[in-house]
Design a binder for this molecule. Structure first.
Ligand code: ACO
Length: 431
């Protein structure tokens, strides 16, 4: 199904001139005004910093209704996928558009778990990084250097091979980045383990000791991966699409997505939320902190709260809160003072007019930091885990973009407010 026009139009009036602009309708969600020919018709651009009202593409992958707190992958609600499926099933769904049959699922799982090893040369490549390099930096560098010319991006078969390689191998690179940052030997993947179980093994096993995957933690991590698998045209996904629109290879495009995800307003928010909970320290300090958040001169924000799209409870946050309780109970952290601070903070913020009026609700990051910490991950690995999960979303969106006949190189325009033309002045004559 492509967007339909239904012969609806919007009229733009500029001075004495009127222009008819087609309105496109999708399967669900707001209609869009097609302004593709606006410049040719009127000589004007549109202005929308941060793309708050702009649809950059047509997509069939993920649907969000931010006002209702809805998130669906290929039409399936996130709650059902997280509760009843597993992450690799979600990967299949995002890549192929349908849930797999049993035979397709077995084959897919096998193809992913059999391709988890990376070239041995990667181990030597890692040695080039400073020993305290951030694992996100290592991920970006490692990926951009990986298979850089192996994919004919116009061949759907080769695109799928590249996609599978990334889903299978990025966890291995992520675990290697972690091991490198703590000075431990790399652990080879174990293909007999589940996707999440193998990741825990590669991160937490050491060669000199037996390591048993904890099934509660592995199930929790699998859910965390599912919750983060895709999120329509967010900043990092748009970055991947823009990078891909120039014909760059998919590994470099995903590296670009990882770089964008690193920022504290996007993937780095759970790290920031955990730092904030530590800074608050105890329930008694919450009122003072809330006062600072509400003070316009302080620039302090309640991290893990608010979302560009969700103006209601983030549906992933509800599942994440449940996962958080399960993990903390399993690891003996249920009395963790940070959890107490988080729960009290959430209660206070949800009843405070400042947050209610601005529709600021907890997002997925509010609880994910405490959960990952309890699982044993250091804070600088949080965004790396997000990248492992989001790889499938990025690569599905990249592939969809290349299949779109309307695809063009991403090239926004600007409203220029700098100097108009002036003549060059020699350095000796400048004041
Ligand atoms: N704490 C306090 N006030 C906030 C917060 C917050 N977390 N978020 C927004 N506001 C206030 C702003 O000060 C502004 O108030 P004003 O109208 O009085 O000026 C109003 O709410 C609107 O804020 P914007 O910045 O315009 O909202 P936007 O949609 O651009 O921002 C964002 C969304 C960046 C996520 C923001 O809510 C934020 O910074 N949150 C904290 C960081 C965070 O948790 N990010 C994770 C996002 S989820 C993800 O990436 C997986």
């Amino acid at each position: 199904m492509d967007a339909t026009t239904n012969n609806k139009t919007a009229t733009l009036t500029v001075g004495n001139n009127s222009y008819e602009l087609p309105i496109l309708t999708g399967t669900v969600g707001p209609d869009v005004v097609d302004i593709g020919k606006l410049y040719a018709q009127t000589g004007m651009f549109t202005y929308d910093p941060g793309f708050t009202s702009t649809a950059s593409c047509q997509s069939k992958i993920t649907y969000i209704d931010g006002d209702a707190g809805v998130l669906e992958y290929r039409g399936y609600p996130i709650e059902q996928l997280a509760e009843r499926g597993d992450f690799l099933e979600t990967c299949y769904l995002l890549l192929y558009g349908e849930l797999p049959t049993r035979a397709q699922k077995d084959d897919f799982d096998l193809r992913i778990t059999r391709h988890t090893m990376v070239h041995e040369q990667m181990a030597r490549f890692f040695q080039g990084f400073r020993r305290d390099a951030h694992p996100m930096a290592v991920m970006v560098g490692a990926l951009a250097a990986f298979y850089h010319d192996s994919t004919d991006i116009n061949d759907p078969k080769q695109r799928m091979i590249a996609s599978m390689r990334m889903i299978a191998k990025i966890p291995t690179l992520a675990a290697m980045a972690y091991k490198y940052s703590i000075g431990q030997p790399f652990m080879y993947p174990k293909n007999s383990l589940s996707f999440a179980g193998n990741f825990l093994h590669m991160c937490f096993a050491v060669p000199c000791e037996e390591f048993k995957v904890n099934p509660v933690l592995s199930a929790a991590l699998d859910k965390i991966f599912t919750l983060h698998a895709d999120h329509e045209q967010n900043a990092s996904t748009s970055t991947v699409r823009i990078a891909g629109s120039s014909g760059a290879n998919p590994f470099a495009c995903i590296a670009a997505g990882i770089a964008c995800l690193w920022g504290p307003a996007h993937g780095g928010a759970n790290e920031a939320a955990l730092a904030m909970l530590k800074e608050i320290g105890s329930v008694d300090n919450i009122p003072e902190f809330i006062t600072k958040v509400k003070d316009k001169n302080s620039s302090v924000r309640l991290m893990g709260f608010g979302h560009r799209v969700y103006k209601n409870y983030d549906p992933r946050a509800k599942i994440m809160q449940q996962v958080c309780h399960e993990v903390l109970a399993e690891t003996g952290h249920h009395g963790d003072p940070l959890l107490k601070v988080a729960m009290e903070l959430e209660k206070i913020a949800l009843s405070d007019p400042y947050f209610i009026d601005r529709k600021l609700y907890p997002n997925v990051d509010f609880y994910s930091g405490i959960t990952l910490k309890a699982m044993g991950f250091p804070t600088d690995m949080f965004t790396v885990l997000f990248a492992v999960a989001r790889t499938v979303g990025w690569i599905s969106q990249w592939s969809e973009m290349l299949e779109d006949p309307q695809q063009k190189i991403g090239r926004p325009r600007q409203l220029f407010t700098g100097h108009t033309r002036r003549e060059y002045v020699g350095i000796d004559k400048r004041d």
